[in-house]
Design a protein. Structure first.
Length: 311
């Protein structure tokens, strides 16, 4: 499984790093305050006095080293262990994790100019990884659905870009934009986007076999919706609710527009979605499609206080 992860990440243009298991306790505390540490009684150096409890510590140390040598455009990943003392899980234990990191600018090509990397570059790599593992649409025990990014506050990330990655109730890991205060501790002067995933969680939810389906025979029926919802409602929540309401008739649900400003009231936003209806068994009637659309709109209105926006 580790080799599969390596193949996916290198195919996505990421370089593998190999960090050692030792870290500075002060930096580890800055990354994850109050997270238990395995302290070394007789450390070889003052800044290598614990076993790392997160790959983020060594990742940011690696970024600092590369920047000092003018290697400023980085796409890195690491497969390694984090170490923990006896606690809730009982005895001493170590946990295999996967770290992804982007910073600097994108490569220059014959058609694209370099631009600063951002969270969506990292998310693109994460989505590719999850898709290759069969996790874009997961099935774990009684749970099935799509992986979601849920906003969460983590000390190491900016509040506006800090997420948990969830497959149902299983937390696969975290991702976000590293906050400026933490970057200063590592003497890093450019934005860094980073994700840390638990390998065992990825393994427990993956689909081991590729699944094939026949090409569609019956026509698709796309329908657009423009909704006005509170700013606190996430796009992921809307997509999940549409999929649940429409059921198997909804072949796909995609976002085509997001707008804030006049004439939308303050504290609200407009979200445009396209729902593609299709049956694998027969052509859908206009009445069936309209009924499914009414069901979706009714659910969105009742759950999110959504309003239909006039086109």
């Amino acid at each position: 499984f580790a080799n599969t992860l390596r193949q996916i990440m290198t195919a996505s243009g990421y370089d593998e790093i190999m960090g050692h298991g030792l870290a500075d306790s002060r930096l580890a505390e800055a990354v994850n305050p109050n997270l238990a540490q395995v302290k070394i009684i007789n450390p070889i150096a003052e800044d290598l006095n614990i076993m790392r409890n997160s790959l983020i510590v060594t990742a940011l140390t690696t970024v600092n080293h590369n920047l000092a040598h003018r290697n400023i455009d980085l796409q890195l990943f690491e497969l390694g262990a984090a170490y923990f003392p006896p606690g809730v899980k009982g005895d001493w234990y170590e946990e295999d994790r996967l770290m992804l990191l982007v910073t600097g600018s994108t490569p220059q090509t014959w058609r694209d100019r370099p631009r600063p990397t951002d969270f969506y570059d990292l998310k693109g790599a994460l989505d590719t990884l999850l898709w290759r593992l069969g996790l874009a649409e997961f099935e774990a025990g009684q749970e099935k659905g799509r992986v979601q990014y849920r906003s969460v506050i983590r000390p190491c990330f900016e509040k506006s870009q800090s997420f948990e990655i969830l497959a149902g109730s299983t937390v696969l890991g975290v991702a976000g934009l590293v906050n400026q205060e933490l970057l200063k501790k590592f003497d890093i002067k450019q934005p860094v986007c980073l994700a840390e995933l638990t390998v065992s969680a990825l393994l427990s939810c993956r689909r081991p076999l590729t699944q094939f389906a026949p090409l569609p025979v019956y026509p698709a029926a796309p329908r657009d919706l423009a909704l006005v919802v509170d700013e606190t409602v996430t796009v992921g929540q809307i997509v999940a609710e549409v999929q649940m309401s429409a059921g198997q008739l909804a072949e796909s649900v995609n976002i085509f527009d997001l707008y804030k400003g006049k004439p939308i009231p303050e504290g609200r936003k407009s979200v445009g979605i396209t729902i593609v209806y299709r049956s694998a068994e027969r052509s859908l009637s206009g009445e069936e499609i309209e009924q499914a659309q009414k069901t979706v709109v009714g659910r969105l209105k009742s759950k999110f206080n959504a309003e239909l926006r006039e086109q």
